[in-house]
Design a protein around this ligand. Structure first.
Ligand SMILES: [Zn+2]
Length: 227
């Protein structure tokens, strides 16, 4: 019955799995299983020396296609499964740090232009999906979207290392009236993908400047290590 519905949806709506393109209204079980095989491990980025960084797979192939489908084709049906990968990265960080207590998930803020274009804040939505997964696994995780972009920043894609740093320098700040995570509920900075680490480092800088207490950073996926 499900197959029939998927085939009908494909004929009527052109619906397809965003991972492999086979007819269906959502991510197929094969792609979901493949995504969950991404290696959860610590990553290294020069701007994040001194802060633990964990990711749940390489940013290539399936994870890259699914994130693109979410961001550019508004495939909101993949938010939960991608949020599950972000939760796995956070769990790796928690296991390493042996922190038993509650945590605050702090999304790297999206630019206002990106939110307008996509109709939704993708980073915050992913963090929210990850929070639900962590809560279901017994981790006391709270979504603390305390950061904002203080000024316009250019799209990071296509910028080199030094340009990214300059583009983001002092770009992040706390939302007025909000406090950074404290030692009783330390923060984990979260984002979809880490490339150079410049965005995470700027978020880290803004939280540290506000006296925040951080456990580390976590992303759904990571490009190849650059050290
Ligand atoms: Zn598929």
């Amino acid at each position: 019955m499900v197959d029939l519905l998927d085939a009908a949806a494909d004929i009527l709506l052109g619906a397809a799995c965003p991972g492999c393109g086979q007819p269906g209204r959502r991510l197929c079980p094969g792609c979901a299983a493949a995504l969950n095989q991404g290696a959860v491990r610590r990553r290294r980025r020069r701007p994040l020396e001194g802060l633990a960084l964990w990711s749940a797979g390489d940013y290539a192939g399936l994870p890259q296609r699914l994130l693109h489908a979410l961001k550019e084709e508004r495939r909101w049906d993949v938010v939960d499964v991608l949020g599950g990968r972000l939760a796995a990265a956070v769990a790796g960080l928690l296991a390493e740090s042996a922190w038993p207590g509650p945590i605050a998930l702090v999304p790297v803020p999206s630019s206002a232009a990106a939110v307008r274009r996509r109709g939704l804040d993708v980073g915050r939505r992913l963090a929210s999906a990850a929070q639900q997964r962590l809560l279901a696994a017994g981790v006391d995780a709270r979504l603390c979207a305390v950061l904002r972009q203080r000024r316009r920043v250019a799209d990071q894609a296509g910028l080199g290392w030094a340009e990214r740093q300059a583009n983001l320098d002092q770009a992040c700040g706390l939302r007025p009236g909000w406090a950074a995570p404290g030692p009783e509920r330390p923060g984990v900075v979260v984002d979809d993908v880490v490339t150079t680490g410049a965005s995470l480092a700027e978020a880290w800088r803004a939280l540290a400047a506000a006296g925040g207490c951080l456990l580390g950073a976590a992303t759904m996926a990571a490009t190849a290590d650059r050290f």
